[in-house]
Design a binder for this molecule. Structure first.
Ligand code: MN
Length: 499
């Protein structure tokens, strides 16, 4: 199932082409018209998720600093892409690049695909020297230690366009991150360590505004929800899900919770929220279906007060397909350790987003007793199986002095058993490189039990996201060994402590 509503972002990306005045007007006019042709082609390819805008061929320090200043303050510009058709001496880029605050990609391409055997002469070489110009251009970003993505390849190659599009989505994640507000109802679950973190550091690095609102305020908001509002949301539930309970009052109560939470989120401009089962004062049920349907709309959520995973869920949803991809709050629960057939089972006590659901059956609304927490009544929740397919799980942890983003490749499967007495949504997967090494790597890196599981955001996109924001990235993939990972994080510790 796709998300219920699609959030589109009014963002675009700017292409700036590097050159110099040495070549004369004729060459510069050719560069200009070819760059415009390239941008038109890329936009019309239908493969880029956001519009690319050609901002001109820069020939001087002044032109470059002016365009980059504009990119910094322009709210619609989500990133800058550069390319050198000709040679562009890089000292003219220092002032501009040193002040760049938006994600940056160096597209190392060239106008012609093949070297034309008969046509090639020194005039051709002067005009078509991306291999030359891009190296000078690459040096200065390396020398200035500017975070960037380098994408090499012919501009009409679909793989190149797709990588550019993938990078754009990471940059959208950064734009969303920098404006993100998280609403917390109550604090973290008592005594839990991994859900803690330095909110001041996180705001400085990632932009998140994480603040608290009283559960009592939510209860007041719920009291003001009308029957008509609940009736309307019940129609949406009926249209989207299979109602597998006679306890309609429990569902109506969840609808009231959802409406009240969404009103508060909208009023405060928050795109993510957290709550904890240890603080339900005045509420009969922990929000289950309510939180699940809010996630389906694109909101981030974290259980037990986990504001880091709530924020990452909102960001990764925004990075995914149509601005609300199949990315969701997840928790590692239990393992199937049968030799040669090992799996991990993920779920949560209620709150799994139906964007993960397989298309085999509609998610079921069920009510069951929930022993943990302060529930007076049985909470309604969506129960379903997760879909099969390649995915990732992502965890952001606070290492004290820095943030570490851990990403593990996983292969989700149709759950190998039906688990008829399990009253929650469930996803089953094989982590890379294999279950046991995967567990050892994850635990060695300090990854949390809460993650964002995503079917449509890639590990490369998460690496790009981490690079853009200047945080540590650890990738557990099919090729890693525990020993290699131990060394990597040992050296990472030294490197990050030097910064
Ligand atoms: Mn949890």
């Amino acid at each position: 199932m796709k998300g219920v509503s699609m959030i589109k972002y009014n963002k675009e990306f700017w292409l700036l082409v590097g050159s110099q005045t040495l070549y004369g007007d004729e060459v510069l006019n050719t560069v200009d018209s070819r760059a415009a042709e390239m941008v038109d082609y890329l936009n019309e390819s239908g493969r880029l998720p956001y519009k690319l805008v050609y901002k001109g061929t820069a020939k001087s320090n002044l032109e470059i600093t002016e365009i980059i200043s504009e990119a910094n303050y322009n709210k619609v510009c989500a990133g800058v892409i550069t390319w050198c058709h000709t040679f562009s001496p890089s000292k003219m880029w220092i002032n501009g690049l040193a002040m760049l605050q938006k994600p940056y990609c160096h597209l190392a391409t060239q106008y012609n695909k093949a070297i034309p055997n008969d046509e090639i002469d020194m005039d051709f070489m002067n005009l078509n020297q991306a291999a030359h110009g891009d190296r000078e251009h690459g040096f200065i970003a390396a020398r200035l230690r500017i975070p960037r993505k380098v994408i090499a390849g012919y501009w009409q190659d679909e793989r190149v366009i797709d990588r550019l599009g993938s990078w754009m989505k990471s940059a959208i994640g950064v734009a969303v991150s920098r404006e993100l507000k998280v609403m917390r109802f109550g604090d973290n679950m008592r005594e839990v360590a991994v859900t803690e973190g330095d909110k001041v550091e996180v705001q400085a690095k990632l932009g998140w505004q994480v603040n608290t609102w009283a559960v009592g305020d939510l209860v007041k908001e719920m009291a003001a929800v009308t029957d008509a509002e609940v009736d309307a949301l019940m129609e949406t539930y009926k249209a989207s899900y299979y109602i597998a309970t006679d306890n309609i009052d429990a569902i109506r109560y969840q609808a009231k919770e959802e409406i009240a939470i969404e009103k508060m989120l909208a009023r405060e401009g928050c795109a993510a929220f957290t709550n904890t089962f240890q603080d339900l004062y005045g509420m009969e049920q922990l929000p289950g279906l309510a939180s699940q349907h809010l996630m389906a709309k694109g909101y981030g959520y974290g259980g037990e007060g986990d504001w880091k995973v709530a924020a990452m869920t909102a960001i990764m949803k925004a990075m995914g397909e149509d601005g609300n991809g199949a990315s969701a709050f997840m928790e590692d629960y239990t393992y199937h350790l049968e030799e040669g057939n090992e799996y991990s089972l993920g779920a949560h006590m209620l709150e799994v987003c139906p964007s993960l659901a397989s298309n085999d059956a509609r998610p079921r609304i069920e009510t069951h007793h929930l022993g943990i927490g302060m529930n007076e009544k049985d909470p309604a929740r969506l129960v379903f199986e997760g879909k099969a397919g390649k995915a990732i799980v992502v965890s952001l942890v606070d290492m004290g002095g820095r943030l570490r983003l851990i990403c593990q490749d996983i292969e989700c499967v149709k759950p190998i058993m039906s688990m008829p007495n399990l009253p929650v949504a469930r996803v089953m997967w094989k982590p890379m490189p294999d279950l046991l090494s995967g567990i050892e790597c994850w635990i060695t890196a300090g990854g949390a039990h809460h993650t964002v599981l995503s079917y449509d955001v890639s590990a490369e996109q998460m690496k790009d996201f981490a690079n853009m924001l200047g945080i540590e990235f650890v990738h557990i993939d099919k090729n890693i060994t525990v020993e290699a990972l131990e060394k990597e994080i040992f050296f990472n510790d030294i490197a990050w402590n030097l910064q």
